[in-house]
Design a protein around this ligand. Structure first.
Ligand SMILES: NC(=O)c1ccc[n+]([C@@H]2O[C@H](COP(=O)([O-])OP(=O)(O)OC[C@H]3O[C@@H](n4cnc5c(N)ncnc54)[C@H](OP(=O)(O)O)[C@@H]3O)[C@@H](O)[C@H]2O)c1
Length: 370
């Protein structure tokens, strides 16, 4: 079968290719990326899916660049199949499977912590990381849901209260475009977002756009000092915590929760040197958390688990999309073709840290939604 594979690191124009003779998985032959064992021998249930569309995410690029091999490279190393989330049609289920049937349209997520394995004509997925998808949601949109929309919904429902005033750092990316909508859906009374994409985020409910090239949010004390933000959600990282949140700014309420996605688009992680390189990263997270606990007015630093699925969560998410309560934003350069050029272009766009919406590769026609 055809699969988009990474053969080396760093060079998108050399090390990402379509392989036309990659082995097609069956429940007998597919191997688990974490253990390298045949999936038929593992306790978790799996199924085989014909892929219609595949989404990529920042984690795909970090792994491709060799930054996170220690945690995320499959047991057998390179080459591996790239791609994080899919929408597709079930083609094989285990004998004891009672929920999924052949021909079901489903969405599925990569197996944490491995953002890979999905950009191919057929894939093997875990049933507990999947959900049936209404036929009306186009595959190119549905393939963005299982981790990006899902992480946004989980985090926002946990940290945003009705009538909160919220500051979102990085509102226009794959996760950010879902976050804007879930923050407003959760009942936030006011949402400000940092981005260069004013029209896009306003269409998603943002009340005040802060162009980070022109204004520093922590300096907007005249505008927000008397009516400060209750919560900050940071998808960018960069200098936002150190220079912004810890500056003593009056733009944030004292001890406001500062919800930092574990990695931000501007975060450089490099675990290439194994455990030695992970230690400073872990210490910086622990250090921030401790500092925020001890400091009188500094915001409360929180790194949520964005990908922890709970029963019924994906079903509720699919309902939001099918009922048009939340919409999927795709970067206008996509969906990309399932060719070497198309897949390289998708990965390069994701790596640019300036995708606007989700980056998606169309693998086969979605007959059910057309
Ligand atoms: N996607 C997921 O499933 C998922 C799940 C859990 C965690 N995460 C993590 O969450 C982070 C965000 O993910 P994502 O999918 O939204 O990434 P993304 O799609 O790569 O985000 C790109 C966006 O970041 C914005 N941006 C870049 N620099 C900025 C800055 N200095 N200030 C404000 N915005 C800036 C860009 O807007 P401009 O073009 O306007 O600069 C662009 O729209 C990543 O680290 C990711 O690993 C993602």
């Amino acid at each position: 079968m055809k699969a988009a594979i990474a053969t080396g690191i760093q060079d998108f124009d050399k090390h990402i290719n379509i392989d036309e003779s990659w082995p097609q998985p069956t429940l007998e032959t597919a191997k688990d990326g974490k253990t390298g064992k045949p999936v038929s021998k593992l306790a978790e249930k799996h199924m085989i899916v014909k892929v219609l569309a595949c989404g990529v995410a920042p984690g795909d690029c970090r792994l491709f660049k060799g930054k996170t091999d220690m945690m995320q490279l499959p047991k057998w190393g390179r080459p591996y199949v790239i791609g994080s989330d899919i929408c597709g049609i079930v083609t094989e289920v285990g004998e004891d499977e009672s929920y999924y049937k052949l021909g079901d349209k489903i969405i599925a997520r990569f197996d944490e912590p491995q953002p890979q394995g999905m950009c191919a004509e057929y894939v093997c997925v875990k049933t507990h990381l999947s959900e049936k998808c209404p036929a009306s949601i186009p595959a190119t949109e549905a393939c963005t849901l299982a981790s990006s929309a899902s992480a946004a919904k989980l985090v926002i429902e946990k940290f945003i209260q009705k009538d909160s005033r919220v500051l979102l750092l990085g509102g226009s990316g794959g996760l950010g475009t879902f976050m804007c909508q879930y923050i407003k859906k959760q009942g936030a009374s006011f949402l400000a977002a940092t981005t260069t994409q004013s029209d896009l985020v306003k269409s998603l409910g943002v009340d005040r756009v802060i162009d980070y090239r022109v204004e520093n949010w922590w300096e907007l004390e005249k505008e927000f000092g008397e009516n400060p933000f209750d919560v900050v959600v940071d998808l960018v990282n960069g200098q936002n915590w150190v220079t912004g949140a810890c500056s003593g700014t009056t733009v944030l309420k004292s001890k406001a929760p500062y919800v930092q996605m574990f990695t931000g688009v501007e975060t450089e992680i490099d675990m290439g040197m194994g455990i030695i390189s992970v230690i400073p990263f872990i210490f910086s997270l622990l250090g921030r958390s401790l500092y925020s606990k001890l400091h009188r007015s500094c915001p409360k630093y929180i790194t949520p688990k964005g990908l922890e699925l709970k029963p019924g969560h994906l079903e509720a998410l699919l309902e939001d999309i099918a009922d048009k309560k939340v919409k999927v934003v795709l970067d206008p350069a996509g969906p990309f073709e399932f060719t070497t050029e198309g897949v390289r272009a998708a990965m390069k766009l994701q790596n640019s840290i300036h995708a606007h919406g989700k980056v998606v590769i169309e693998i086969a026609k979605d007959e059910q939604s057309s």
